[in-house]
Ligand binder design. Structure first.
Ligand SMILES: [Zn+2]
Ligand SMILES: [Zn+2]
Length: 129
């Protein structure tokens, strides 16, 4: 599968902080723009979101915490949520994305996607009767 190329914004550290959805990258200085595959761009931003919620563990090493409830999360199990969903114009960016545990993301009625998911589960069960 050929990976799609996207324009990304680089912040002052030179790392990706946002994937442009439109052509507004044209208004940015050249050294704040990069072109990369969408997969690489999403991965880079995911890494930074994860990094943001991390800190040193008193026992050594690093701990990362869910940005809503503070529960410990791990790289292979945390879920990246877009606060403004893509369908509503949200971007994959440091400011629009948060690192959540499964419960805060969709595993609970009042989680980020809880309403939608629990509502449709309810409709399904009502249809079944
Ligand atoms: Zn959580
Ligand atoms: Zn989400």
């Amino acid at each position: 599968m050929k990976s799609k190329l996207v324009h990304v914004e680089l912040d002052d550290s030179g790392l990706p902080c946002r994937i442009f959805r439109d052509r507004s990258w044209r208004n940015f200085p050249e050294d704040h723009i990069a072109i990369m595959t969408k997969a690489d761009a999403v991965k880079a931003i995911r890494e930074r979101v994860y990094e943001r919620c991390g800190g040193d563990s008193p026992a050594g090493g690093e701990l990362h915490e869910c940005e809503r409830c503070g529960r410990y999360i791990r790289w292979d199990s945390f879920e990246m949520n877009e606060k403004i969903p893509k369908g509503s114009g949200g971007e994959v960016s440091l400011s629009n994305c948060e690192a959540l545990c499964h419960d805060c993301h969709q595993g609970h009625p009042d989680s980020a996607h809880g309403n939608r998911r629990w509502q449709s589960a309810k409709i399904k069960s009502e249809e079944g009767h």
